[in-house]
Design a protein around this ligand. Structure first.
Ligand SMILES: Nc1ncnc2c1ncn2[C@@H]1O[C@H](COP(=O)(O)OP(=O)(O)O)[C@@H](O)[C@H]1O
Ligand SMILES: [Mg+2]
Length: 1137
């Protein structure tokens, strides 16, 4: 059974201040302290959650706790921020009401932590799934990124938000998160260039320098040393419990999850580095001749590195730090900056650079986390704005921050009251107004359009003429003097003329949360937020894409002469939009309180808490809540809780819950002015009544418990008794059964014994009888057996005797038969021998007789005749066979039938020879004269070269054509033909070998009956003509080459030019024809042909040796000639192998 607990169970102090009795400031604080000391940091005022900062981690944010508070009623469990988050989430999801969570409190009170707790609770209880989880993760991870860039250590808080943040989380109809939108409010950018004592610059600077890798730092041109940077405060650079290096990794990781690209992250870090560099740029004065001071940059190294980081031309920036150009409508005036102005310009640039980077980050995160679908969203807004701040020295920023808190207090007052009122109206309850401090008047002092402080500041800033902080203060003094929340020494209000706590340069405002003294110095400048146009133009010229985006007004094409809206104006506008937005949503309040000023756990500084409780109007809150009715509850849960107080409603009430409650109240006789019946709720005016009810309930619970106890005990005893009774019956039943069983078994065994004796006696008697009968039977059998035995033995003896006699007779008979048989066998053998001898003698006698008879018929020469006849027959068969098996008539047919007998060997071969000669003759007789001549030439070639020159075999099947050039027909050679009067026997192209290099030159070679002619191949012009008689000999090698030398007779007319060394493809034919022409001409001597691998050739005067060498086989099958020296030409002939 589920145990229903309540806010009122196990309570330390009072969980809901509304129920505090008696209600006084002391009891209020006492209750807070009591709870705080017992680690109960959350307390309700109705539906408002008061949260005390514990300054240490408590085990109340575990997943188990989340489960505990999930889907539970607000007052069901002890107060917790989760209960508020759950309530808000459920009414968003189930009742479709947009929600906003308003978290207020001063700096360090735990607002940011509270906002994160609310977000993480909602993330834990809303839907799950891959896509949803990604959205949740991105929403949650936007926090560390913004905190790194927007939070800093202050004296109040080590992680103080220096910007206002409002985040809308968007949900779909199921309550799954779709995305979000973050709005940021005015970053405290003055911190970039200067931090109050004991405070730090924004976290990211320290994180970057401690956590970035050496490599990254080198790329950013930074050193891991805070002391190198003017903008970093050094006295509090390290903060206890803050690990900057680890946080840097967290931030990078978070940026990645949110969806920043690697290059975007790099760009952001480059800008952060640039701000640090900017701080290190220093100026020195330089006097000019006209008496004015000009500023110069001291050391340009930092400027140079910064320009490199941002891709800005150094000279452009340098100029922007030295001059200021003012553009009026028509003219442009340039003035030089003095050192102070230069520093001002530098800091303005740094502040602008950083704050614009911050705004860009918010825009970029929004891009990542914005909802993808366009369906209608439900929205939960979480507002975490900088808390109310009072420093020693308060400036424009504090003024703005406190104004914002003023507005939030306003909305709190309005909505709490309105809602309360509306509820009474809704429920039909009479309502009388309650007094409380309304801070609308302070808001009016600040934001009034005519004479509000912000309006005057704007007016002062826009006014022509000299404007200073003093003139601004003067203006305030005149306009606001009468205002009851404005204090100043110089105002007309004489009250403050002697107030020495109020310096002349300051003014004081009585905020809802206390008086704050503001120093007027810097208000005008900060409101103007002036950045010289030269600087924004210099930034716009950068090649760094991000920086260019951040300074769009630097675009020279879009020069805007209108002043930009002031910071105050912008802030007022955005706060007003925010307020309008919040008013459309259902508010849920978390009011954070700081227990002490030391950031220490367990310390409860009463005065401090008292102050906060006062200005937060908590007491009023309780009073308002109680002025009407301290407690209200819907009828159903109320009846459920208190129904035991009345007999008629206990244990069950069947009817409407309201009637049940009415009956209950009647019965309890609660005075009627102590409560009212609303439409759906009962309203109890005084906590006393509630406590009366609770006490009665407690008492009743005790009575009920006693009753339950009584009934239970009675029931328990009776059940025990019944059990005992039942058990006793069972036991006795079992025992009786057992005893009877035992008795029965005894009788049974006795019976068995008696029975067995009787049976034994009977059996033995029978046995004896049977045994006697058996013995008689056995005796008869034995006697008969003996008798039969005697008879049998006698018969046996008789039979044996008979058998012996028979056997003797058989043996004697067998011996007799054997003797008879052997005698007969001997006789038969003798007879057979005799018969064989007679047959042999008869055969011999017959043979002799035949030979004598036929001897007279045989002659002496019959054998020879038979032999001759046989031979003749064989020959006849041989020739007839040959005739049918003759080879063809072709002389080259080598076929001849095989011989049939060896003795015919000689005749067979002779016949083959004769046949061959005969068929050759037949073949020759077919020749014409020309063919004959051709064959004669071939024959002659064979005689000359066969087996002497290796080239010969390849020439055998080449026909000797003679005229290869067709000299008679070809018109090209007409002239040459006519120059030779004889008939041309051979015309061919040969190579004439040049002695100088061994190379050949093509020549036409003509052979006629009388001479050899060499002519140019192209022109046909005769080069040499040698009459055949002048030729002495021809030399060729034994190898496959076509080289030949024509040697001339010494002394002849042709010999003057020397011999010819030629080569031709038709060498065999040329030489044969030459030889033959020499032989046919009767008047010529036979031409000598030398075949050798080395011969001499007469070239003009010199004799040159031509030597043929066989070389390796080559692709081109031609021989090549080379000149070795003056007296040696070498011809390489490829080997034929
Ligand atoms: N619920 C909490 N549990 C533990 N520590 C807390 C809690 N709330 C605040 N703190 C501590 O107080 C510090 C300041 O809280 P923070 O939320 O930053 O204050 P604020 O935003 O109001 O200026 C935190 O850094 C944290 O150490
Ligand atoms: Mg904060």
């Amino acid at each position: 059974m589920e145990v229903k607990t309540s806010l009122l169970d196990n309570m330390i102090g009072v969980g809901d201040m509304v129920l505090l009795e008696p209600l006084s400031e002391d009891s209020f604080l006492e209750n807070l302290k009591n709870r705080f000391d017992h680690n109960e940091i959350y307390t309700y005022i109705g539906s408002v959650v008061i949260s005390m900062n514990p300054y240490r981690s408590l085990p109340i944010y575990t997943p188990d706790k989340v489960e505990e508070y999930r889907n539970r009623n607000f007052y069901e469990l002890s107060p917790h921020i989760y209960a508020l988050a759950d309530e808000a989430y459920r009414s968003l999801r189930d009742q479709d009401k947009d929600q906003c969570i308003l978290i207020t409190g001063e700096s360090g009170a735990g607002k940011t932590e509270a906002s994160k707790l609310v977000m993480s609770y909602v993330a834990a209880v809303c839907g799950k799934g891959q896509e949803v989880n990604k959205v949740k993760e991105q929403l949650l991870q936007s926090n560390p990124v913004l905190e790194a860039f927007g939070n800093a250590k202050t004296v109040r808080n080590d992680n103080s938000s220096r910007f206002g943040k409002y985040m809308d989380i968007e949900f779909d109809f199921k309550g799954d998160p779709l995305g979000g939108v973050i709005s940021n409010y005015l970053l405290e950018k003055s911190r970039v260039v200067k931090q109050p004592r004991g405070e730090r610059n924004f976290h990211i600077f320290y994180q970057l320098l401690s956590g970035a890798s050496d490599d990254t730092l080198k790329k950013l041109k930074l050193h891991r040393d805070f002391s190198k940077y003017n903008y970093l405060s050094l006295d509090s650079a390290a903060v206890n419990g803050l690990d900057d290096a680890a946080n840097f990794r967290t931030v990078r990781n978070a940026m990645q999850i949110v969806g920043f690209m690697e290059d975007e992250m790099q760009s952001v870090l480059e800008l952060v580095a640039a701000v640090l560099k900017l701080g290190n740029i220093e100026f020195k004065p330089e006097s000019r001749c006209n008496g004015t001071d000009e500023s110069r940059i001291k050391d340009k190294n930092d400027l140079k590195e910064m320009c490199e980081l941002l891709g800005i031309e150094q000279s452009v920036l340098e100029r922007a730090f030295s001059y200021r150009t003012v553009e009026a409508k028509l003219e442009k005036v340039s003035t030089t900056l003095n050192v102070a102005q230069a520093y001002y310009a530098r800091d303005a640039l740094a502040k602008n650079l950083y704050s614009r980077l911050f705004s860009w980050l918010v825009t970029r995160i929004n891009e990542s986390i914005k909802a993808q679908t366009k369906t209608r969203h439900k929205v939960m807004g979480v507002l975490d704005i900088y808390g109310f701040e009072i420093f020693e020295d308060n400036s424009f920023e504090q003024f703005i921050i406190n104004y914002c808190n003023e507005k939030l207090q306003q909305i709190f007052i309005e909505l709490t009251l309105r809602e309360e009122q509306e509820e009474y109206v809704r429920e039909g309850i009479e309502w009388t107004n309650i007094e409380y401090f309304n801070n609308a008047v302070i808001c009016d002092l600040i934001e009034n359009n005519q004479n509000g402080i912000l309006a005057m500041l704007d007016e002062e800033c826009l006014r022509p003429g000299t404007v200073t902080d003093e003139t601004f203060l003067d203006k305030l003094n005149t306009v606001c003097a009468e205002h009851q929340h404005f204090e100043s020494r110089l105002s007309k209000n004489s009250k403050f003329l002697t107030d020495h706590s109020l310096p002349h340069s300051c003014f004081r405002i009585q905020h809802y949360a206390g008086k704050v003294l503001y120093r007027a110095e810097g208000f005008v400048d900060k409101n103007n937020d002036l950045l010289y146009r030269d600087l924004s133009q210099a930034m716009y010229k950068a090649t760094h894409s991000l920086i260019k985006q951040l300074f769009p007004e630097g675009n020279p094409a879009k020069v805007n002469l209108k002043r930009p809206p002031t910071a105050g104006f912008q802030f007022r506008a955005s706060v007003s939009t925010l307020m309008k937005n919040l008013q459309t949503k259902n508010p849920n309040y978390i009011r954070c309180i700081k227990p002490n000023d030391k950031k220490a756990s367990h310390i409860f500084t009463e005065s401090l808490v008292c102050h906060q409780a006062r200005y937060l109007g908590l007491m009023e809150n309780v009073r308002v809540r109680r002025a009407g009715y301290a407690f209200r509850q819907a009828y159903e849960p109320c009846l459920e809780r208190y129904k035991m107080l009345c007999k008629r409603t206990w244990p069950h009430w069947r009817g409407p819950a309201r009637q049940g409650v009415e009956v209950l109240m009647d019965d309890l006789q609660v005075p009627t002015d102590e409560f009212s019946y609303g439409r759906s709720k009962i309203f109890i005016r005084n906590p006393r009544t509630l406590f009366f009810l609770e006490d009665r309930r407690k008492q009743c619970l005790q009575d009920l418990a006693a009753l339950i106890q009584k009934i239970y005990r009675g029931w328990k005893c009776r059940t025990h008794f019944l059990l005992l009774k039942k058990s006793q019956i069972v036991v006795s039943a079992w025992y009786r059964r057992y005893a009877q069983q035992k008795k029965y078994k005894k009788i049974k065994s006795a019976t068995t014994v008696v029975q067995s004796y009787a049976r034994g006696w009977q059996a033995r008697k029978l046995l004896r009888e049977l045994k006697y009968q058996k013995r008689c039977k056995e005796a008869v059998t034995t006697i008969a057996a003996y008798w039969h035995g005697t008879q049998a033995r006698m018969e046996l003896r008789r039979l044996k005797q008979e058998a012996r006699n028979k056997h003797a007779v058989t043996v004697i008979w067998a011996y007799w038969q054997g003797t008879k048989a052997r005698r007969e066998l001997r006789r038969l053998k003798e007879e057979a021998r005799r018969k064989h001898a007679v047959a042999v003698i008869w055969a011999y006698w017959q043979g002799l007789q035949v030979r004598r008879e036929y001897r007279k018929f045989f002659r002496a020469h019959a054998g020879k005749k038979i032999y001759d006849f046989t031979i003749q027959r064989i020959m006849q068969k041989y020739f007839l066979g040959l005739k049918s098996d003759m080879p063809s008539m072709s002389p080259i047919d080598k076929k001849w039938p095989a011989r049939p007998y060896r003795f015919l060997d000689g005749a067979h071969r002779e016949l083959q020879r004769i046949f061959h000669l005969w068929r050759c003759k037949k073949y020759r007789s077919q020749f014409t004269e020309e063919m004959k001549a051709v064959y004669e030439e071939k024959l002659e070639a064979s005689e000359i070269f066969k087996d002497k020159k290796a080239l010969y075999p390849s020439s055998v099947n080449q026909p000797f054509k003679g005229d290869y050039l067709e000299i008679g027909k070809n018109p090209k050679y007409q002239k040459l033909n006519s120059a030779v009067d004889e008939k041309v026997l051979l015309a061919d192209v040969v190579n004439k070998i040049n002695r100088a290099n061994g190379k050949g030159a093509a020549r036409i070679f003509l052979l006629t009956k009388k001479s050899v002619v060499l002519a140019d191949q192209k022109t046909g012009q005769v080069k040499a003509s040698v009459p055949l008689p002048d030729l002495a000999s021809v030399s060729v090698s034994t190898q496959t080459d076509g080289f030949f030398a024509l040697k001339l007779k010494a002394g002849s007319a042709s010999a003057i030019k020397g011999d010819f060394l030629l080569s031709s493809e038709h060498l065999i034919e040329i030489i044969t024809k030459l030889h033959r022409t020499g032989a046919t001409a009767a008047d010529q001597e036979q031409l000598n042909i030398d075949i050798s691998d080395e011969f001499l050739v007469q070239f003009k005067q010199d004799k040159v040796c031509v030597k043929f060498i066989q070389g390796a086989p080559k692709n081109g099958n031609s021989a090549s000639c080379r000149r070795k020296n003056n007296r040696l030409l070498e011809v390489m002939v490829p080997s034929t192998a």
